[in-house]
Design a binder for this molecule. Structure first.
Ligand SMILES: [Zn+2]
Length: 765
């Protein structure tokens, strides 16, 4: 205890000095008042007030509710004419405490109506591609909007109004709280070519064999979300902001040419009718194959089917419970393979569907990537609740739906592919299969908050990719980690130090941001990675993150629910982190401004005397030591290399009077006192991570918590007592904070890079 007292009293002197310098600096005689802009203030102004629906802990409250929509659908695909026709019965459960006068239904395909409003400005560049030019100025716009043929209930027409991509269905009488309403919609639309007419849904046409491969989604009128946060979420579909959808149960019959192979959301109900005997046999084998995929439809069989063009049809029947959407993929070109995965003690089927154009890449990696994703994500969130996860290969696609997703990654005509194609494909599969967790199960509002599914998912994707590299070392280069494109702090630096005119805060609607990929994917993923590795540590972070995932599994969380849960379950105050990283476009830049070496002496200095006077005390009363730097007049060369007590008899006397012999043996005797001043040109507050290198070549890492910035946002000093001479100080030595300028990160200063070197470095990225 006494040892502490000694150090405390020595440090008090430094602290006096520190406060003196920082708090009583000459101030202009102004002064205007100001509001509390402290970066550590709590987020009462930014966050919604907690209530009975959503609590201050970030968990659903006692009055939390969510509405549900169940669908029964009959869908027919006219392959020749690329027309999709459907009849659906929606049963809507109003679990809210309010009566509803009308229902809102989403008509996403109306974004492809001929006369859909053009929401973006454009211009002509000095050079254009023929395809782009033809597509934009020569072709008649494709007419892909919904033809709504009927909206009715019990055989009587319902009044409805279509406002672009939203349809209001007026109810004959309000739907009472707690009641259910059933109505029918009949519709059709022209399916677009998703490759030439870029879209998440449509077909790819293969001119060599005359076939189409369909990936069909957002294809039926879907209920909008009604909840305690938005009322009806009927913000129009503009293309970037994805979907807000309620959970429900689906029963879907899909009729396609008899020689098609299909995969879809849900459990196939009539497998024996649509599979051949051989396929059934292989399917049974796949259920027991945990280490490699079993081919259900081989490439040879698929190539044979390509030439059929059957005139007959088959109907595939699917059932899915507690899903927020339904999608399917169908073609006679499809190869199909499956493998069982043991996900925390539960069997799930990992499935891949691809045309021969995807091989040999797809038969090698797709299903293995699906399996690894289910394992990794389940570890970090909750056990995957569905019975399967399907990866479909579709050109240029990367898009997710419940249990099924579309993924890019295609070898060239000769079956050759680069590492970039291979890792691009594995990564997109991990990402899109990962979306089963966010937002298919943790059902956030994508229309409003792109980062809640994309950013959180890209973060877990990064973790899963690194784990994939460990599970499949044969997939990556020897002695290396999986080459993740996003997630590592250094990867977000170019974006965060970019032109502020083209950066939006993460907390922005996806339709209004610049650089959606960096804004909604890269930056939040990196922020969460830094939170896990540098700010909170894995143990606290992982527990809180899993708590959020479990609390909001099969529910609709908001950003506040995430922010609050992460603090509530970890005991770490993170308001400063959310505000800085999610609500502003500030970046991280911490530097070493100055390093001074200090000694103590009994010889009074002018500054020391003055300070004692100011505090109304005497050297005798305080048993004063005087602190001097090498620039001070009171400094002499003899002080160097001597211990504290060798330089100060006052201190010696104090120790003799106050410590027993036993205690004196344990006293430390630092010879050097460094005062390091850190500056912070970047707006974000972050912990200061320092690597100290000593004269004997050893080094040590010290981390000062972020709170060090709470009373001074621009610079802060820290005293480092040391037995050994410090030869080098490096900030953020492992580049874990996304510091945008490392030129100010070392002492003595590294030679500034020339502009040419910087150019060379950036050209290698
Ligand atoms: Zn995504």
């Amino acid at each position: 205890m006494k040892r502490l007292k000694l150090l405390t009293s020595v440090f008090m002197m430094f602290v006096f000095a520190g406060i003196n310098a920082q708090e009583t600096e000459q101030k202009e005689p102004r002064q205007q008042g100001h509001t509390n802009q402290n970066k550590f203030r709590q987020m009462y102004q930014e966050m919604a007030t907690p209530n009975q629906y959503r609590t201050a802990s970030g968990a659903p409250g006692p009055a939390y509710y969510q509405n549900e929509a169940d669908y029964k659908m009959d869908i027919v695909l006219d392959d020749k004419n690329s027309v999709l026709t459907g009849e659906e019965t929606i049963t809507y459960h109003n679990n809210s405490p309010q009566d509803l006068e009308y229902l809102w239904v989403q008509l996403d395909q109306n974004i492809r109506k001929k006369d859909a409003p053009q929401k973006d400005g454009d211009g002509l560049a000095p050079v254009a591609t023929a395809a782009g030019f033809a597509n934009k100025y020569l072709e008649t716009p494709f007419d892909g909007g919904f033809d709504i043929k009927e909206v009715s209930a019990n055989g009587s027409d319902l009044k409805y109004t279509i406002n672009q991509t939203m349809m209001r269905v007026d109810l004959p009488k309000p739907l009472k709280a707690g009641e259910t309403y059933t109505f029918d919609i009949k519709w059709s639309y022209n399916v677009n070519n998703h490759v030439t007419n870029r879209a998440r849904s449509g077909y790819e046409f293969f001119p060599e064999d005359g076939n189409k491969a369909y990936v069909i989604a957002q294809f039926f009128p879907r209920m909008a979300v009604y909840n305690d946060v938005e009322g009806w979420q009927n913000y129009q579909f503009w293309g970037n902001g994805e979907f807000a959808l309620p959970f429900g149960d689906y029963e879907v019959n899909i009729t396609v040419p008899a020689d098609h192979i299909m995969e879809a959301t849900g459990e196939l109900q009539n497998r024996k009718e649509v599979y051949s005997k051989e396929m059934m046999k292989r399917y049974e084998q796949a259920k027991k194959s945990y280490d490699k995929p079993v081919m259900i439809v081989t490439q040879e069989e698929a190539e044979k089917a390509e030439k059929n063009f059957s005139e007959k049809t088959k109907t595939w029947t699917y059932k899915a419970d507690m899903v927020r959407d339904f999608a399917f993929s169908t073609s006679r070109k499809f190869i199909l393979d499956m493998m069982a995965v043991d996900v925390m003690g539960k069997d799930v089927m990992a499935v891949s569907v691809y045309p021969k154009e995807g091989n040999p890449l797809w038969e090698e990696w797709s299903t293995k990537a699906v399996a690894a994703t289910l394992e990794s994500y389940s570890e970090h969130t909750f056990q995957y609740p569905y019975h399967k996860a399907v990866s479909v290969h579709a050109k240029n696609q990367g898009m997710e739906y419940p249990m099924i997703c579309w993924n890019y990654g295609r070898p060239d005509e000769n079956g050759n592919y680069s590492d970039r194609t291979k890792f691009g494909m594995i990564s997109v599969i991990i990402h899109e299969v990962g979306h089963n967790f966010f937002p298919m199960i943790v059902n956030s509002d994508e229309r409003q908050w792109g980062w809640m599914d994309e950013g959180i998912n890209t973060f877990v994707q990064y973790v899963a990719e690194q784990e994939f590299g460990k599970k499949h070392p044969e997939a990556i280069a020897p002695e290396s980690n999986y080459p993740s494109r996003r997630g590592a702090p250094s990867k977000i630096v170019p974006y965060m130090k970019g032109n502020q005119d083209y950066i939006s805060p993460i907390m922005s609607n996806p339709e209004q941001v610049y650089q959606l990929g960096n804004n909604a994917y890269g930056k939040p993923a990196t922020a969460l990675n830094i939170l896990r590795e540098t700010v909170m540590g894995r143990e606290l972070f992982d527990y809180a993150f899993a708590t959020y995932s479990k609390r909001w599994m099969f529910k609709h969380p908001t950003p506040e629910d995430f922010f609050r849960t992460m603090e509530d379950a970890s005991g770490v105050d993170l308001d400063w982190f959310w505000r800085g990283w999610f609500y502003t476009t500030d970046n991280v830049d911490i530097g070493i401004k100055d390093v001074q070496k200090y000694y103590v002496t009994d010889n009074p200095t002018e500054a020391g005397r003055e300070m004692l006077k100011r505090y109304g005390t005497t050297p005798e009363e305080t048993k004063a030591l005087y602190v001097v730097s090498e620039d001070d007049e009171a400094f002499s060369e003899e002080m160097k290399g001597k211990s504290l007590m060798e330089n100060s008899e006052t201190l010696q006397a104090y120790v003799m009077d106050n410590f027993s012999e036993e205690e004196r043996k344990n006293l430390q005797a630092p010879k050097y006192f460094y005062q390091v001043t850190f500056e912070k040109p970047g707006g974000l507050v972050m912990p200061i991570i320092v690597e100290l290198t000593y004269e004997d070549g050893t080094s040590e890492k010290v981390t000062y918590p972020v709170q060090i910035w709470r009373k001074n946002d621009s610079n802060v000093s820290k005293v480092i007592p040391s037995n050994k001479e410090i030869t080098k100080i490096t900030l953020d030595p492992d580049l874990e904070t996304a510091d945008v300028d490392v030129n100010n990160n070392s002492w003595p200063k590294n030679e500034n890079k020339s502009e040419f070197d910087e150019y060379k470095d950036s050209a290698q990225d």
